[in-house]
Design a protein around this ligand. Structure first.
Ligand code: HEC
Length: 156
C-alpha cells in the first residue's frame, strides 16, 4: 500500500512540474513568437519606382495638419494589416523599417497608388491624391525603428 502511495505521489509531482513548465513556456511566447520577424527583402517593391515617381515632392510637405489627417486615414485603412502604429502584424510588414522611412515621399506615394496586389498590399488609387500624400506624411513622421532587436542592420 505504501509503495502505491509513494508512486502516486511521484506521478503527481511530475504532473505539477510539467504543467508549471508548460505554462512558463507559454507565457514566454507573446514576447517573441507574436512579433513578425524583420525581413528587408519584403520591401523590394519600393525599388521599382521610376525616377520620375521617386522625384515627386509632397505638395503637403509643409501642411501642418497633414500628419494628423494621415493618422486618421491610417487607422481607417491600414492599421488592420500594418498594426495600429505601423509596427507590423502577421498580415503586413512594419512601416518603420529603414527601407520605408528612407524612401522618398514620391516613392511611397507611387507605392500607395499602385499597391503590391500579388502580395496582398491593396491599391489605394481610390483615395484622393491629397489623402495619399497625407498618409505619406504620417508614415514619414513615425521615424525608423527596426522591429526585432538582434536582427542584422540593413545596409543603407
Ligand atoms: C490587406 C492588408 C493591407 C492593407 C489594408 C494595407 N497594406 Fe500595406 N502592405 C501589405 C502587405 C502584405 C505588404 C507587403 C507587400 C510586399 O511584400 O511587397 C504591404 C506593404 C506596404 C508598404 C511597403 C512596400 C513594400 O514594398 O512592401 C507600404 C509603404 C504600405 N504597405 C503602406 C500601406 C498604407 C499606407 C496602407 C493604408 C492606406 C496599407 N499599406 C494598407 C498589406 C496591407
Amino acid at each position: 500500500m505504501k509503495t502505491i502511495a509513494a508512486a502516486l505521489a511521484v506521478c503527481a509531482w511530475f504532473l505539477v512540474v510539467s504543467v508549471v513548465l508548460a505554462q512558463s513556456q507559454n507565457s514566454d511566447k507573446p514576447a517573441g513568437g507574436a512579433t513578425p520577424s524583420y525581413d528587408p527583402s519584403v520591401y523590394a517593391e519600393l525599388q521599382k519606382a521610376s525616377k520620375k515617381a521617386r522625384g515627386r515632392t509632397n505638395p503637403l510637405e509643409n501642411d501642418p495638419d497633414a500628419v494628423a489627417a494621415g493618422a486618421i486615414l491610417f487607422e481607417q485603412h491600414c492599421a488592420e494589416c500594418h498594426g495600429k502604429s505601423a509596427e507590423a502584424t502577421r498580415k503586413a510588414p512594419s512601416l518603420r523599417a529603414p527601407e520605408v522611412q528612407n524612401a522618398t515621399p514620391g516613392t511611397l506615394f507611387w507605392l500607395l497608388t499602385n499597391g503590391v496586389v500579388r502580395k496582398n498590399m491593396p491599391v489605394w488609387s481610390k483615395l484622393p491624391e491629397p489623402q495619399r500624400w497625407q498618409l505619406v506624411r504620417y508614415i514619414k513622421s513615425l521615424g525608423v525603428s527596426v522591429p526585432e532587436a538582434g536582427s542584422p542592420a540593413p545596409k543603407p
